[in-house]
Design a protein around this ligand. Structure first.
Ligand code: SF4
Ligand code: SF4
Length: 439
């Protein structure tokens, strides 16, 4: 059967989920859906790119939503956005057609968790281990739909610069640009800093300033080296420590479970059980645990819920990975679906609490989109910016390439096509990167 021409175009242009791990967008559209939900929650503090796209690239974003709705034969589009952004909601309401509705949602974390967002906008619960399409729904992020609506290869990405910097802005930048260039542009106001890629809840620290932006980049934040978030994240990166601390200090109060967003939707995740399991092993090593396989890794339990300051999210993630590598498969039939918790709306964690506890208010809460053109001498374009197989170079060293020209392909494998962000010459090709001399 031939591919829908819209889906084929999305595949050819290398569009991937810009808000998460980079799942190839054309694959999501392999099934028809009744509803397309736009994830405009942008629920992590210090990231502003989706809000800026909604305000400043409205027509292209809505064109992308319309294309995806047609490709999936969906009869309605829902834009889930936090109710506090009244100016963006008013702006969108003046622009959307009759088959698209703007749905205001509460200001809590993680409102942008896909399964939580579906519940908030439709009242439907996707069962643990199942995909949104089982409820006739496909969820897409704002930047993903912008990339669809632009109808050209994806060669740029939007990045918010924040934290202790002079220039707290959002920029559209070429893929393959080193983060060093963006940090210099942001102009840190402190000397002893740490770089956080992404948001404070699900992002990661890096010390490699030669890392480059990809299709899934969202934010670069400069944090003081002794900031509470940095201290927490450093421990989260040490599996032995999080397990030993958990084994010795968890008092099984179950706050982590009681406030877990997936547990509140009736999913079987119960992080206190992963913590309890540490006590069953002599040295606190994790055991594979099926409950943990329902964890969405939002880190709420670690960053906010646990009154002891332990790391139940990290322990759940370790149990989940261990279960996966042990060949354990999540079996929803093992668990009786309980449906949403009767107290779900009282147990949500307000973003204001999260910002207070993680000392984020000091960094401000905006990142206006501005135009700035970088003139890099070299771009290093990664061959894997997506879920699936790494793309393979289809150009040779020394070749001249135009901006937007395809330079790597995944063929018929799961993955995404890669295009040259700017006009230049191929300098070097490795298993992971195509290096381009620009100009
Ligand atoms: S909230 Fe903390 S102390 Fe309480 S059960 Fe969970 S990990 Fe243990
Ligand atoms: S990280 Fe914690 S709060 Fe988030 S889904 Fe996993 S167990 Fe629940």
């Amino acid at each position: 059967m031939s591919m829908n021409p819209i889906v084929a175009e999305i595949q050819e242009n290398g569009v991937v989920g810009a808000g998460g791990a980079g799942f190839p967008s054309h694959v999501k559209l392999a099934s028809n859906a009744s509803t397309i939900i736009v994830n405009a929650a942008e629920c992590e503090p210090l990231i502003h790119k989706d809000k800026e796209i909604l305000l400043h690239h409205t027509a292209e974003f809505l064109a992308g939503l319309n294309m995806v709705m047609r490709a999936a034969s969906a009869s309605e589009g829902l834009i889930g956005i936090k109710e506090k952004h009244t100016h963006i909601i008013d702006h969108l309401n003046q622009s959307v057609g009759p088959d698209v509705r703007v749905v205001p949602i509460g200001d809590f974390y993680p409102a942008g968790d896909e399964i939580t967002l579906i519940y908030e906008t439709t009242g439907k619960v996707v069962e643990a281990g199942k995909l949104p399409i089982t409820q006739g729904i496909i969820v897409n992020n704002v930047e993903t739909l912008l990339n669809v609506g632009r109808r050209k290869p994806v060669t740029t990405t939007f990045v918010t610069l924040g934290g202790d910097v002079e220039n707290k802005v959002t920029l559209e930048v070429p893929i393959g640009l080193p983060i060093r260039t963006l940090i210099e542009y942001a102009s840190p106001t402190i000397s002893d800093y740490v770089v956080l890629l992404g948001g404070p809840m699900m992002g990661r620290l890096t010390s490699d300033l030669d890392e480059v932006v990809t299709k899934t980049s969202s934010a670069i934040n400069i944090l003081p080296a002794d900031h509470v978030l940095v201290r927490r994240m450093r421990v989260m990166g040490k599996p032995d420590t999080v397990r030993k601390v958990g084994k010795s200090a968890c008092d099984q109060c179950i706050f982590c479970t009681a406030l877990c967003p997936r547990y509140l939707l009736g999913h079987p995740i119960q992080p206190h059980k992963s913590m309890r399991a540490l006590m069953f092993t002599p040295t606190g090593e994790s055991v594979p645990e099926m409950h943990a396989m329902a964890c969405c890794e939002c880190n709420l339990c670690t960053m906010v819920s646990c009154p002891e300051g332990l790391y139940p999210g990290s322990v759940s993630t370790l149990s989940k990975r261990f279960a996966g590598s042990s060949g354990m498969k999540f079996d929803a039939a093992e668990f009786q679906s309980t449906g949403p918790h009767p107290l779900i709306k009282y147990r949500r964690t307000p973003t204001s609490k999260l910002k207070r506890m993680l000392d984020l208010n000091r960094f401000g809460d905006s990142g206006p989109l501005i135009e700035h053109f970088f003139s890099p001498k070299v771009l290093s374009v990664p061959l894997r910016q997506h879920i699936g197989k790494a793309a393979e170079a289809i150009v040779s060293v020394g070749a001249l390439v135009n901006a937007g020209e395809k330079i790597a392909s995944v063929g018929r494998n799961l993955g995404s096509e890669i295009h040259s962000p700017m006009t230049g010459k191929v300098l070097n090709i490795t298993d992971s990167t195509i290096e381009l001399e620009i100009g």
